[in-house]
Design a binder for this molecule. Sequence first.
Ligand code: G3I
Length: 551
Amino acid sequence: MHSSSLPRVLALVGMLAAFLLPATAAEASAPLRTHAAARGKFIGAALATSPLSGESSYRNIAATEFNQVTAENAMKWDSTEPSQGQFNFSGADAIVNFATQNSQQVHGHTLVWHQQTPGWVQGLGASAMRTAIQNHISGVVGRYADNPAVVSWDVVNEVFDDNGNMRTSFWYNTLGQSYIADAFRAARAADSNARLCINDYNVEGINAKSTAMYNLVSSLRQQGVPVDCVGFQGHLAIQYGFPNDLQQNLQRFADLGVQVRITELDIRMQMPRNSSKDSTQATYYRNVVNACNAVTACAGVTIWGFTDKYSWVPDTFSGEGAALIYDESYQQKPAYTAVHDALAGGTSTDTTPPSAPGTPASSNVTSNSATLTWAASTDSGGSGLAGYDVYREQGTNDTLLGRSTTASINLTGLTPSTKYQVYVRARDGAGNVSGNSAAATFTTTTGPVGGACTATPTVQTQWNTGYVVQPVTVTNGGSSAITGWTVTFTLPSGHTLTGSWNAAVTVSGQNVTARNANYNGNLGAGASTSFGFQVSRPSGDTQTPSSYTCA
Ligand code: G3I
């Protein structure tokens, strides 16, 4: 502990009390932070220094709605140490002082990143660069080590590329992977109490990149490197789908013994806004907060800004925007209500269930899969539609076949030559469940005979310039065991395979051949396994491979 740590501990206790105490009496209409605190979580926002000093609407919302803040830019290397050894904390101090005045905790962002790092650092040789990291971390973390408001740091940021390989940044090219452990150790030396995080984007769902992160965190901790926390940025877009395995992914990291947090949440859309996009966006926000609520080790959710007036999105993604929970005039959007109600949880006043979904219609029925589509429900109770549950009717014991956030689902793992009678229910943000839709039936086709297999893809996540297909479920629908399988498919023109897992993959032109790995080739009759892959594609192209064959 620091020699001056007693006053710090006492101050921390006070802050914690302020953070947690409003627990019991949260009025339904209370601000976001009241409801978050009642759950022992934070709800935060990234703050920009210019509107913070210049605009009272910005300041008032920042102060009253959030119990955690992150500096959007003011604590980055180019702001805090623009020239070697010349530290400038004016912007960082402004944020920390604001947070202190408003009983908010501060997450320091970020110490070692390949962006917003001055040229003088990037040109250093290995030994000088190592020293520069030590000095920078000790200077920046050291400045706030005794400040009770500053409780955590993004020590390294975005160390992976989108394939889950180490990003070949100037850090990596000069120092190899060792810079990561060195940075964490330097941060621990500068502040023995702060929570030290690794942070990245496109790691919200289970995919090649998040699995690389999982393996790295696990191995660093085994080596005694002080990694306390993993940050999932959460830069999502409604047109690319929601990572439905977010909660499961957070939980697998939590099971490593680290804290998890959503660090930079924003959910963009193609402009212009309309009420349907706003409502999908609200559902996504609700789902993120619900996922964090459901994972004990999830400390909270930080939104990357709060008003559409100030957001990095339109500058980076042409034609996209409106990613935040307040509009450009500081009016609350449906996304605000969704976050509010998800945090308020049991205290919500919404007791009105959504309307029943339309009768599901089946299509693309194969021996082991089918697509169902139905007319969407509406929700008038205020908490908004959260998603749908699809059941198989089986007398008294109906089984849940799957869940979806949209009015459609791709069911996989079905049994060949079997009649399915199915219906759908809708859920809202307060947990109210609709009546059942009318039932529909479909019958899966006869499975292939004598060991043939089928491959059923799921596009897990997409972004402007790429996508992840996972799982590709490989099922032996035949009547006898197989000892190997080969799945082939064609990438649309201009698409490039950038990673794969759980299969041996070769590419010839646009033709991809995925053979079983040595551990997942043996499939008994009816058994399934899966593999996944990642592709980059030209910006604006929304295609994914359409037909898969399995032999
Ligand atoms: O401050 C200068 C201003 O003086 C100048 O006139 C103007 C001209 O372009 O630039 C201003 O700096 C901009 C800075 O934001 C402050 O607004 C930079 O150009 C711009 O590149 C910078 O963008 C930031 C971006 O990181 C840089 O990579 C965004 O605000 C910030 O939201 C974004 O945040 C990152 C996280 O740190 C890490 N994860 C991804 C996230 C989004 O990219």
